[in-house]
Design a protein around this ligand. Structure first.
Ligand SMILES: [Zn+2]
Length: 335
């Protein structure tokens, strides 16, 4: 677009179209609707349990019965999908709880699909919550230190995804950032006959400080080191596009950028370059910051949340994963 292609003042007055709500709505370029939202939920064993997460007011670890109650409420508000994370009773060095037939996520999926067949149930595929060391892959240690092994981890991830789909999951979302995991999962699902189950890959997942409160929620903080040998460097955008290209070649149906608000340039480039369904994950730190400022009376929680999610949509996100999904659904219905 060149400057010459636009009118000039005084013939051109952009304020003409901002005069009334009806005019502003008529020319609004971006819409935020409940249909775009996914609510992340945490499940652990027990009964009648709602364990609050200190840094995330309004977010809980639920026992399966309470999880169903929460999902029913969200679904009644119009939230179409949930993303499940499990907290197992025991952890080990091969993440057995991630792919156990009666693992906590597998149990939760069965209950949810029975109670709410229309709710889209997406399962997070990763090993960190189930590993005693809290890393997303198998760890090998020698004198030089600890290493996260890529290829041996793929088998466990594929097994995890398959067991979740066998339990009834509608979609799987691998978040580990091992190379080749989308292909491994696609091939395992196809072999088992689950050719129609989509994969939403955390394609560009950055090693971000914004994940802080999540680690308390999912009890998945690494016991040593950090995740920078597998998650992406926040400095890199071209690499994010290569990550997305690889995942699409391996069979990803939806690609995700995580976190959202500080990475809207990545969301925009991914959507523009590839044109695939694109998801943005508004992470725990983003949620916690808004809650903290709002609790102090420094910002308007509802206005700031709606504006942030609208910005994600404007950047190109088709899908927004947010802990505020039920609140947003309520706010949108009141508008
Ligand atoms: Zn992980």
């Amino acid at each position: 677009m060149s400057l010459q292609s636009f009118g000039q003042f005084p013939a051109c007055r952009p304020r003409r179209l901002r005069q009334s709500p009806v005019l502003r709505r008529l020319v609004s370029e971006t819409q935020l609707s409940v249909a775009h939202l996914v609510l992340p939920l945490f499940v652990r064993s027990g009964r009648k349990l709602r364990r609050p997460i200190a840094a995330m007011p309004g977010v809980f670890q639920f026992s399966p019965d309470e999880l169903v109650r929460e999902a029913v409420q969200a679904h009644e508000l119009g939230v179409p999908a949930v993303l499940l994370f499990g907290i197992p009773d025991t952890k080990d060095a091969k993440a057995s709880g991630a792919y156990a037939r009666n693992g906590i996520v597998q149990q939760a999926v069965r209950l949810l699909k029975k109670a709410l067949p229309e709710l889209l149930v997406i399962t997070d595929v990763c090993l960190c919550e189930y590993m005693e060391h809290g890393h997303c892959g198998i760890v090998s240690r020698d004198k030089a230190g600890a290493k996260i092994l890529n290829d041996p981890t793929l088998k466990l991830l594929a097994r995890t995804a398959a067991s979740q789909v066998a339990a009834g999951a509608d979609m799987v979302a691998p978040s580990d950032m091992m190379d080749g995991r989308v292909r491994a999962i696609r091939s395992e699902l196809d072999t088992l006959g689950f050719t129609d189950t989509p994969i939403m890959s955390y394609a560009a997942k950055f090693a971000s400080a914004f994940y802080g409160p999540f680690r308390e929620a999912a009890e998945s903080a690494p016991k040593f080191g950090d995740r920078r040998s597998y998650q992406m460097d926040p400095a890199n955008a071209a690499e994010a596009l290569r990550e997305v290209a690889l995942d699409l070649q391996e069979g990803a149906d939806i690609v995700m950028v995580k976190p959202a608000l500080a990475y809207l340039d990545i969301v925009h480039r991914v959507k523009t370059e590839f044109g695939y369904p694109t998801a943005a994950y508004a992470v725990s730190g983003e949620y916690a910051m808004v809650k903290a400022a709002a609790t102090n009376g420094w910002i308007d929680e509802r206005a700031v949340t709606l504006e942030s999610l609208l910005a994600m949509r404007r950047a190109g996100a088709d899908i927004i994963i947010t802990y505020a999904a039920s609140d947003v659904a309520r706010w949108l219905s009141e508008k």
